[in-house]
Design a protein around this ligand. Structure first.
Ligand code: TDO
Length: 185
């Protein structure tokens, strides 16, 4: 049985799949349409992504609008601190964030619904992060919320890490600047 942990923000979920270990290694279902639908995750994925990052890489906080993407995120090598920021304009938790450690060891899967900005900080070298998306990548609709926006105030576990950002993410915007682009529902 998969364990489902709800968050204090309505929407994101932490999924803890059942892991079957034996002398060969382990087996787990990382996605099962019927079982995940029973948990309310009833969607058609259209894209699977894989990124590898070195320790201290911070990618985010990204969102698309129009064309919002829900994401099902997991780590198969290494570890990340993964964060979702609620950018649903009419949500009572607009601007609030949820962070969770995802690792090859804990095998947690993070469900980030549509209308959230998503990003992560890599805690180990050669961290492989896989995620499924329910809408295609459309770069012209993509926006970057600054990872360190003081109004959002994400508490990143940066201690001892040399943070590396893409050019795009160094130019991330503040919450008030991206507010014009967020999902209205
Ligand atoms: C995201 C993406 C990128 N690309 C290309 C564009 C670019 O040349 C190269 C690297 O893109 P980026 O710098 O945007 O990659 P990255 O910073 O890893 O972007 C990702 O960050 C995480 C936090 C997310 O949530 C994702 O949705 C996505 O935005 O890959 C695609 O072809 N398809 C895609 O779906």
């Amino acid at each position: 049985m998969m364990n489902i942990v709800r968050c204090d923000i309505e929407g994101p979920l932490i999924l803890e799949p059942e892991v079957f270990g034996d002398e060969r290694g382990f087996f787990m279902e990382s996605w099962n349409a019927e079982k995940f639908a029973a948990a309310g995750l009833n969607m058609a994925f259209v894209q699977d992504n894989h990124s590898r990052s070195q320790e201290g890489v911070l990618r985010g906080m990204h969102f698309q609008n129009p064309g919002p993407q829900a994401k099902l995120v997991r780590v198969v090598n290494g570890a990340v601190y993964d964060v979702a920021v609620d950018l649903r304009r009419s949500s009572p938790t607009f601007g609030k964030w949820k962070g969770v450690e995802l690792s090859a060891a804990n095998k947690r899967i993070f469900w980030v619904p549509q209308g959230f900005a998503h990003g992560f900080l890599t805690l180990e070298n050669d961290t492989d992060l896989l995620y499924k998306c329910d809408a295609a990548y459309t770069p012209s609709n993509e926006h970057s919320l600054a990872w360190d926006d003081p109004e959002v105030g994400i508490e990143w576990p940066t201690q001892g890490l040399q943070i590396q950002l893409s050019t795009k993410d160094r130019e991330g915007k503040s919450l008030s600047e991206v507010e014009a682009f967020v999902w209205k529902s």
